[in-house]
Design a protein around this ligand. Structure first.
Ligand SMILES: [Zn+2]
Ligand SMILES: [Zn+2]
Length: 306
């Protein structure tokens, strides 16, 4: 028990506040908030409300395909090349759209409201977890009214606490967290493949047919090549960045904020990859957080039974 919090006696919340916990007298605003947060309809509403950027992403994907279809593939003089490249680019389009759909619609891993409490109760409990002889104070989410895991962060766009929060990606209109990280990784690989396919088709076109046609057509050909090269370079750098994060078991947020000690979470490169591929893997922070919540639940139950 002392591993979980530095002062277990504080769980014996004083008499003045026992009624608040005993009767579960959480105010009605809090109840409303919790209902909103746990309602899947509310999640859908938030998703639809913020979906504007995903249409931009779709334009970014569809525009190069349409331009390549019209200004490059259609202009190949050999019919068999037209057919091969039409099939290739549209298979790649289906692949990237499936990856986009997967990452946009998969829950990133919401921190469950399995033990709710008021801010006042939280301040009295002041929970901490002990890892490697050091205490880590847990934070309180003022919106979800829950104790947050150490690696959990509240996303303002999603209006939920996200486990092992990496970042909120506006292009997929979703948070990237513990349970959809690999779908995001797969999506950026699909963008790389997509860009490579467009570049290959463009280069073959220039080799076969040369830069010919009107000034506008030449400009569009060059623009497609530049966009594909930019896509390839940015995705390669993005993929290497995330390979580094996974190898060290750190998130984008933790790297930027520099708020996580590497030695606490780093279990060696091989184990980090193995663990991060498993959505159900629980690290020490998860295990001790769950122990703490269980302990607090029992404490509340005991008070209720008195
Ligand atoms: Zn929250
Ligand atoms: Zn989010």
């Amino acid at each position: 028990m002392t591993d979980i919090i530095n002062n277990p006696e504080i769980l014996n919340i004083n008499q003045n506040n026992q009624n608040q916990i005993h009767t579960g007298n959480i105010n009605s605003n809090l109840n409303k908030k919790l209902e909103e947060n746990s309602c899947c309809c509310s999640e859908k509403r938030i998703w639809i409300k913020n979906a504007f950027m995903i249409y931009i992403t779709l334009i970014y994907i569809l525009a190069p395909v349409i331009l390549t279809d019209i200004f490059i593939i259609y202009r190949f003089s050999k019919t068999y090349k037209k057919i091969i490249f039409y099939i290739l680019i549209h298979i790649t389009l289906i692949y990237i759209l499936i990856c986009l759909f997967n990452v946009a619609t998969t829950k990133p891993g919401y921190q469950e409201n399995n033990f709710t409490l008021t801010q006042e109760e939280f301040n009295q409990i002041n929970p901490k977890i002990k890892i490697d002889n050091e205490f880590y104070p847990l934070k309180y989410c003022y919106t979800c009214n829950i104790i947050r895991e150490a690696r959990t962060f509240h996303c303002k766009e999603c209006k939920r606490c996200i486990k092992k929060h990496d970042h909120h990606c506006p292009f997929v209109n979703n948070c990237i967290g513990k349970e959809n990280y690999w779908k995001f990784f797969h999506f950026i690989i699909s963008v790389l493949v997509f860009s490579i396919v467009i570049l290959i088709i463009s280069i073959i076109f220039i080799i076969d047919e040369g830069l010919k046609g009107s000034f506008i057509k030449i400009i569009i050909n060059i623009a497609i090549i530049i966009a594909a090269v930019c896509g390839i370079l940015s995705m390669i750098s993005f993929i290497f960045q995330h390979i580094y994060y996974v190898s060290n078991n750190l998130t984008t947020r933790e790297i930027i904020k520099d708020n996580m000690k590497k030695e606490l979470v780093d279990k060696g490169c091989k184990n980090n990859w193995k663990n991060s591929l498993n959505d159900n893997y629980k690290d020490e922070f998860d295990i001790k957080y769950e122990e703490l919540i269980e302990q607090l639940k029992n404490q509340r139950q005991n008070i209720n039974n008195i």
